[in-house]
Ligand binder design. Structure first.
Ligand code: GDP
Ligand code: MG
Length: 694
């Protein structure tokens, strides 16, 4: 690879719904640009980009894949992303490293759930995007329908830069709207110039006016000139379009049929010509101290080096590679850098460029370029590499919270530690899952983005570490409390050989309000229990509180009043009073109408109108109480209080109810008594679970 200037680099993430043809479009670009000698296919496992075992097994992308190649006088850094919601973390990484998204839309299906989801993500980041309507060769392909649906999502600033000649099996060429030229696809990748078909003249002219208008709107001086003269020069139009695209307010569209390589030459030209360069994009946001104004990194090719690691993988050869994007300055192989996230030095080894799993050595990476290095000591995903004297920390990628929860346990006893270490290693490559050891419930919970994500993780655990785990429904942290009161006396008396044991306590047990915890009040008068034994009574109670009498969950929100008792000069001891306290407490619990408390989560669902009914119905079948709803953009936000125990696999259900178009978040709110009609059965089940473990 010859050296490239920042202005000649194009970094783009290929994003869209799964199956729209992102990888096929990418493969077609690689082949058309001459970077590979054969167009790889996902279906037969010959893809250069979907090359890991997890991907060939699923015949779909799971990981972010990088292809760096040359086209004309540009260097293209293509980041192919998976389309499944479960692997959206990879799209987050890809978009962060990219200056724009290449949104791939299926010409038959139009805008699909993940098309919307990635657009939302790019909107939030103000990311520029170009759009390819792919699979134009399919029977039901409908370019017009796609444009209309894209306008619904992106607004009126969707501008076709090319029009298809023919559609479905008749798809045979493109009209370049701006240049006013038409080409037909020949054998192989040949193109033949043809006159614009008569039936397209009107529509193309209209599209041209729209593009020029959109170009003019991106800049005040251009707009002034346009309003006066009603025209722009070709150079002004291109400059205006580039600016509008870079600002993320103008979205040019091209129809293609990637499997046959049709339209791919024009797509590459569009990327090279209209796609924003690293110098057109704002610098990444920097980490700032609390109260400090938000700041962005200054993109300066001559400035101090700064790069963000956006991916770590061991899937390429048996080595760990880190992938980073240079945002400022330049970086050389062997250079001593500073990891400002970890506050420690780090020496880079050899630098590489990748195309799928193939790499070439690089000497130097300039501002805006992307590269990889191996054998780094401490550097992980989301870390900043920079110069120590000019240290900055680039804001890390903010991954979505994994809401799919499952309990896991090693299949073979004694492998707990090994499994923990293995997950730690896997986490270095995949920051989108969380492992949480819940001591109270004696369980380890694995939080993932969904069933597929979980499956991939467990596959990798087995493939890379030879470890297997059992997956089960996670236990919920129930609590126990009382609704009534009790007044109990307990005498602990034992005569074993010489020394005996004696302690006598009388306690009153009362409920406290929710969240009241535990209170112990010493109301002993007249020294009926010597003060040195009183703490022992409390201690005895506190020791048995973690195991309630209903189903063995911690007892909360109670007050114990120790008001009477008795002792023996010789036989009383701390131990005897501890036992008496514990026994009195247990007996009192039985008498004071014990009840089970369950954790209630506050759930927030963002859902398009048309699925509101289904989502609300499902929430109430989960004993959810709707607390409110309000419109937010194109969706409704529903808030509901739902018992945690009813939320098992909610993410999966919500996805299938709404075709993946709803999102939800949940956080702990409070504890509530389990309604009587459910309590008995629930307690039965919980008791059985407990016995099974014991
Ligand atoms: N007929 C036709 N099929 C295509 C085209 N592009 C992709 N496909 C097929 O659609 C399926 C999904 O493609 P893939 O590139 O894996 O989609 P991705 O999930 O978006 O990466 C594969 O079987 C492709 O062969 C196209 O332009 N025409
Ligand atoms: Mg793919």
């Amino acid at each position: 690879v010859k050296p490239y200037e920042p202005a000649d680099i194009r970094n783009f993430a290929v994003v869209g719904h799964s199956g729209s043809g992102k990888t096929t479009v990418s493969e077609a670009m690689l082949f058309t640009a001459g970077a590979v000698s054969r167009q790889g296919k996902v279906a037969d496992g010959s893809s250069h980009l979907d090359h890991t075992p997890d991907e060939t097994k699923r015949k779909a992308g799971v990981y972010l894949s990088l292809a760096q190649f040359e086209f004309g006088n540009r260097k293209l850094n293509l980041l192919d992303t998976p389309g499944y919601a479960d692997f959206c973390g990879e799209a987050y990484c890809g978009l962060r490293a990219a200056d724009f998204g290449l949104l791939v839309v299926n010409a038959q299906a139009g805008v699909e759930p993940n098309t919307e989801a990635v657009c939302e993500l790019m909107d939030a980041q103000g990311k520029a995007r170009l759009i390819a309507v792919n699979q134009m060769d399919k029977e039901q392909a409908d370019f017009g329908m796609c444009l209309k649906e894209l306008e619904e999502v992106l607004g009126k600033r969707v501008g076709p830069a090319f029009y298809p000649i023919g559609s479905g099996p008749e798809f045979r060429g493109l009209v370049d709207v701006l240049k006013g030229r038409a080409v037909e696809f020949g054998a192989g990748r040949d193109l033949k110039e043809v006159p614009i078909p008569d039936d397209l003249r009107g529509i193309v002219e209209e599209a041209r006016s729209k593009l020029i208008e959109l170009a003019a709107e991106s800049d005040d001086t251009l707009l002034e000139k346009y309003l006066e003269t009603m025209e722009l020069t070709p150079e002004e139009t291109i400059a205006g379009l580039r600016r509008g695209i870079a600002q993320g307010t103008l979205f040019p569209v091209i129809p293609v049929a990637a499997e046959k390589g049709q339209g791919i030459q024009s797509l590459l030209e569009m990327i090279a010509e209209l796609g924003p360069s690293p110098l057109d994009s704002p610098g990444p946001p920097l980490q700032t101290a609390e109260g400090e104004e938000p700041r962005r990194l200054t993109v300066d090719p001559q400035g101090p080096p700064a790069a963000l690691v956006f991916k770590v993988t061991t899937e390429l050869m048996a080595q760990k590679f880190i992938f980073f994007r240079v945002y400022s300055g330049s970086i050389e192989g062997g250079q001593d850098l500073f990891n400002s996230t970890k506050n420690t030095g780090e020496r880079l080894g050899q630098l590489y460029n990748f195309l799928g799993k193939d790499r070439i050595e690089m000497e130097r990476l300039v501002t805006g370029d992307i590269g990889a290095a191996a054998k780094l000591k401490v550097t992980e995903v989301n870390h900043t590499l920079c110069e120590k004297a000019k240290a900055v920390v680039i804001q890390p990628i903010d991954f979505p919270y994994p809401v799919h929860e499952m309990a896991i346990a090693p299949k073979s006893k004694g492998e707990e530690e090994k499994t923990g270490t293995a997950f730690h290693k896997l986490h270095e490559e995949d920051p989108t899952f969380l492992l949480e050891v819940q001591a109270e419930l004696h369980q380890t919970v694995l939080r993932t983005m969904g069933d597929q994500h979980l499956e991939v993780l467990l596959d990798r655990l087995k493939r890379k570490f030879g470890l297997e785990v059992d997956v089960s429904r996670p236990k919920v942290p129930f609590r126990e409390t009382i609704r009534g009161t009790a007044d109990v006396a307990y005498r602990h008396k034992k005569q074993t050989g010489g020394a005996g044991q004696f302690a006598d306590v009388s306690i009153k047990l009362e409920p406290l309000p929710r969240g009241g915890g535990f209170e112990f009040s010493d109301e002993i008068t007249g020294g009926v229990i010597p003060s040195r034994f009183i703490p022992a009574v409390e201690k005895g109670i506190v020791e048995v509180m973690p195991e309630g009498i209903l189903a063995g969950y911690p007892v909360v929100d109670v007050r114990v009043r120790l008001y009477f008792g008795g002792y023996h000069d010789v036989d009383s001891s701390e131990m005897a009073f501890k036992i008496a306290g514990a026994m009195a407490f247990k007996n009192a619990l039985k008498e004071a109408k014990p009840v089970l408390l369950e954790p209630i989560l506050l759930v927030e669902v963002k859902v398009p109108d048309e699925y509101m009914g289904d989502v609300m119905g499902d929430l109430s079948s989960r004993r959810g109480k709707i607390q409110g709803m309000e419109p937010l953009g194109r969706v409704q936000v529903v808030r509901a209080a739902v018992p945690q125990v009813e939320l098992h696999r909610y993410s999966t259900t919500l996805r299938s109810l709404t075709q993946g178009r709803a999102r939800f978040g949940a956080r702990f709110s409070h504890y509530e008594e389990v309604p009587r009609e459910f309590a008995e059965k629930l307690i039965e089940t919980l008791k059985k679970e407990r016995e099974a473990v014991a």
